[in-house]
Design a protein around this ligand. Structure first.
Ligand SMILES: [Fe+2]
Ligand SMILES: [Fe+2]
Length: 136
């Protein structure tokens, strides 16, 4: 599998704290990828998966808090998508950890698309809206 996954301008939402968090999620996914390819150095894949799950959970919560604080109208739908995404992440982590007959590259590719799809999709809606309400 290819080593590092790309990150591009279409992923920018325009809220600094959220853009920083998205970059951390991407970095963690790339570290996980490297750990799986190179055999877990310096940090084991299990630790990175745990970190990815915890950080993603925290990130989703941060976004929901931000949307709630500013009365963003799309909050309910966004929260539902986060719950769905988190369930998919937990399922992917289970597959990776239990080494089922799965192709790790496929699971990682799925997670990459899963994350980018959300950031380039639904996450793009709150950025401009919050910007209009004075949040950057
Ligand atoms: Fe996000
Ligand atoms: Fe989101």
């Amino acid at each position: 599998m290819t080593l590092l996954l790309p990150w591009n301008r279409a992923c920018v939402v325009g809220i600094q704290a959220m853009d920083d968090q998205h970059a951390i999620v991407m970095d963690t996914m790339n570290e996980l990828r490297l750990a799986l390819v190179r055999g877990a150095k310096p940090e084991p894949a299990d630790e990175l998966l745990k970190r990815l799950i915890e950080f993603t959970r925290m990130h989703f919560w941060s976004e929901e808090q931000l949307m709630e604080q500013h009365g963003f109208p799309g909050l309910a739908g966004h929260r539902a998508e986060h719950q769905h995404l988190l369930a998919q992440l937990l399922e992917s982590a289970r597959r990776l950890q239990h080494g089922e007959a799965v192709n790790r590259g496929d699971v990682l590719l799925f997670l990459h698309d899963w994350f980018i799809g959300h950031v380039e999709g639904l996450d793009q809606q709150y950025g401009p809206w919050l910007n209009e309400h004075g949040v950057y």
